[in-house]
Design a protein around this ligand. Structure first.
Ligand SMILES: Cc1ncc(C[n+]2csc(CCOP(=O)(O)OP(=O)(O)O)c2C)c(N)n1
Length: 650
């Protein structure tokens, strides 16, 4: 049977329009505009197996313009993904459907959740890099696939696109093919109101190959895609399209971007020469679309036989087995307990990370030009480059947002657990990516050093204040703020055992090792009693990170005077809040609580009762040595004792 691209693309357009119409919401413009390019890509190039949507060596496809979701689901349905049934298309955007408003990774066949424009492009760069790195390790037979990424004008206007494009150029990711839906229309008008960028020059200046096609001419699309297959550089194909293709007067206007066709539907269907009722598809169309997977299924069968013979590869793509790291953590913790180093937690973090990198080839990561400050570049770090993808260290450059989205792409690709690092205050620059990491439940580490006003002389621009609260507010994100070397090791250990993403927040300044033993990982439960009173608790000092040792100093002085208080260290408030209330109460006790954290007091409202007090920081810091900063804002033993005494009326 011969595939008729026109019939296939028309069917995809009609189905996508029907979905938006039935949902009474969604975006018909991009699906109608991109259907021809997507049809040729699926029919002639994309390698996939709908029966095995997670096949490791499949081509990846990211729709960075996630509002084209109606097209995404239509393509999955027509090409035979069993779970994406016609019933699911009818439930587009409805509660519990597999066809949510924007693509989510929980839908089989969706490789990356998109919607926040531009992030998908950076994610695709991460995926393409992960492919090259796995290829360098395991060879062409097991890993050799393309990453395709659709982008709209909006994606290319977002700042993150520049970060991603420039780094992709440096890394020369020849297996990445970006398809620009060049329709010159966004929501508020034609693109000329907001941009004059010459995209060809822009991409070429970053070392890309730029091709062009008429996005509604099958021969032109095929020619460009064919050329891109053999590229020696990263490729962008400028696909000249008409938004809302076929939708009468609405085509080529902003209106069709996000409005159900409504009154225009009849004209559209007439233009498509389509007379069937909504959601009805002739068998002939399915037969043509099902052929798209034929090549992929054959390749999958060949690949499976080879892959099965390589145990190291199979183990690797299953994901990290945290047991690989058990011994490394055990040794480190023993060493830290014995030596009780008084070093910055970024330094103990480096010691831990080095051991992890030595034990675990799946761990890869880098920093946004702060490797030497974050101390996330270790003696076990081997930088990768366009000449040699075999390594475990990525020089992300000063590109925090793309770094976060790229590590999301690396994690979503599989084969690696990535880490990204920068100063904690600049977590703001990558927050959108952190949110998507949490939404996609991707296992990765975000390592943030230079915590709190302890940053000191660099001043308030560099001193995170509200960041702990802001990151803790992201659902499914675990924020670790360890207070000393043992807690650092335990934080990494706990993070590696979790499925989703974690942030590890580390200090610039030295901190004492507060733990005296390391038999059980106490960070895993979020909080624990770090110092217990001899008799009945009169007060509980609750603190995290650098303030845990401050609380312990105050504890020591009170204990000497026979005043019974406890110190609860909270290296991970998120994990602690997941404990049953009974367990939490056991640790926190019933006595009044003094919460101490050099950051926004917002977090501690979760545990504060009427009789409790929060010593937090709800203003910006100042440029001064850390010691002076802590003194100004009351983070001294004397002030803690003063508040504690007042609370105990002693
Ligand atoms: C970061 C971000 N900002 C804003 C939006 C809202 N938004 C969705 S689509 C869109 C316009 C995109 O235009 P274009 O990429 O040209 O898509 P087209 O109109 O061609 O479908 C905007 C502003 C978003 N999804 N993400």
């Amino acid at each position: 049977m011969k595939q008729d691209f026109k019939k296939m693309a028309t069917a995809a357009r009609v189905l996508a329009a029907d979905m938006v119409e039935k949902a009474k919401s969604g975006h018909p413009g991009a699906p109608l505009g991109m259907a021809d390019v997507a049809t040729v890509l699926y029919a002639k190039f994309l390698r996939f197996n709908p029966k095995c949507p997670h096949w490791f060596d499949r081509d990846r496809i990211v729709f960075s313009n996630g509002h084209a979701s109606a097209l995404v689901y239509t393509l999955l349905h027509l090409s035979g993904y069993p779970k994406i049934t016609m019933a699911e298309l009818k439930r587009f955007r409805q509660l519990g459907s597999l066809t949510p408003g924007h693509p989510e990774i929980t839908t089989e066949g969706v490789d990356f959740a998109t919607g926040p424009l531009g992030q998908g492009l950076a994610g695709a760069v991460g995926m393409a890099l992960a492919e090259r790195m796995m290829n360098a390790e395991f060879g062409d037979e097991l890993v050799n696939h393309k990453t395709y990424c659709f982008v709209g004008d909006g994606c290319l206007m977002e700042g993150i696109s520049e970060e991603a494009i420039s780094l992709a150029g440096v890394l020369n990711l020849k297996n990445l093919i970006v398809l620009w839906d060049d329709n010159t229309v966004t929501i508020d008008g034609h693109t000329e109101i907001a941009t004059k960028t010459n995209m060809k020059k822009r991409f070429e200046a970053n070392g890309w190959q730029v091709l062009k096609c008429n996005g509604h001419n099958y021969k032109s699309i095929e020619k460009a895609l064919k050329k891109a297959q053999k590229a020696k550089k990263t490729t962008m194909i400028d696909c000249k399209t008409t938004i809302g293709f076929g939708a009468g007067d609405w085509a080529n206007t902003p209106k069709v971007h996000g409005t159900p066709l409504g009154e225009m539907m009849a004209t559209f269907k007439k233009n498509m020469k389509w007379s069937l009722p909504p959601f009805e598809m002739p068998k002939e169309i399915y037969d043509m679309w099902h052929l798209c997977a034929k090549n992929g299924i054959e390749k999958y069968n060949e690949w499976s036989q080879k892959a099965q013979k390589n145990k190291a590869f199979i183990d690797r793509i299953k994901g990290i087995n945290p047991k690989e790291l058990t011994n490394a953590f055990k040794e480190l913790k023993k060493q830290f307990v014995k030596e009780k180093p008084e070093i910055a937690t970024r330094k103990s973090g480096q010691i831990v990370l080095q051991k992890m990198l030595e034990a675990c080839p799946a761990l890869v990561g880098g920093s946004a030009d702060l490797g030497a400050s974050n101390l996330t570049k270790t003696a076990a770090s081997k930088p990768i480059s366009a000449k040699n993808y075999k390594g475990n260290y990525i020089n992300f450059g000063i590109r925090e947002h793309a770094m976060g989205a790229m590590t999301n792409g690396i994690a979503a690709h599989g084969g690696f657990v990535p880490y990204a690092s920068t100063f904690f205050v600049f977590s703001d620059y990558m927050r959108p990516a952190l949110r998507m990491a949490a939404l996609m439940n991707l296992k990765e580490l975000f390592i943030f050093t230079h915590d709190s006003i302890g940053v000191g002389e660099d001043g308030p621009t560099h001193q995170p204040v509200e960041h702990l609260a802001a990151l803790r507010a992201i659902p499914n994100m675990r924020v670790f703020r360890p207070g000393g070397a043992v807690e650092v090791a335990e934080s990494y250990e706990a993070a590696m055992q979790l499925d989703g993403p974690s942030c590890i927040v580390l200090s610039r300044q030295n901190l004492p090792t507060i733990r005296r033993e390391s038999n059980t990982n106490l960070v895993q439960q979020g909080a624990y009693v770090a110092r217990a009173p001899l008799k009945k608790r009169q007060l509980t000092l609750v603190a995290s990170g650098s303030e845990a040792s401050l609380a312990i100093q105050a504890f020591g002085e009170l204990a000497e005077k026979g005043i019974d208080v406890a110190v609860v260290s909270v290296p991970c408030l998120d994990l602690f809040m997941q404990q049953p209330e009974k367990e939490r109460e056991k640790i926190l006790g019933t006595a009044p609580r003094l919460f101490i954290e050099a950051g926004s007091s917002l977090s501690w409202g979760l545990l504060k009762r009427e009789q409790d007090v929060i010593l937090g920081l709800d203003t910006f810091g100042q440029s001064a040595p850390a010691k002076d900063n802590f003194a100004t804002f009351g983070f001294t033993k004397e002030n803690v004792l003063k508040i504690a005494r007042k609370m105990m009326k002693k």
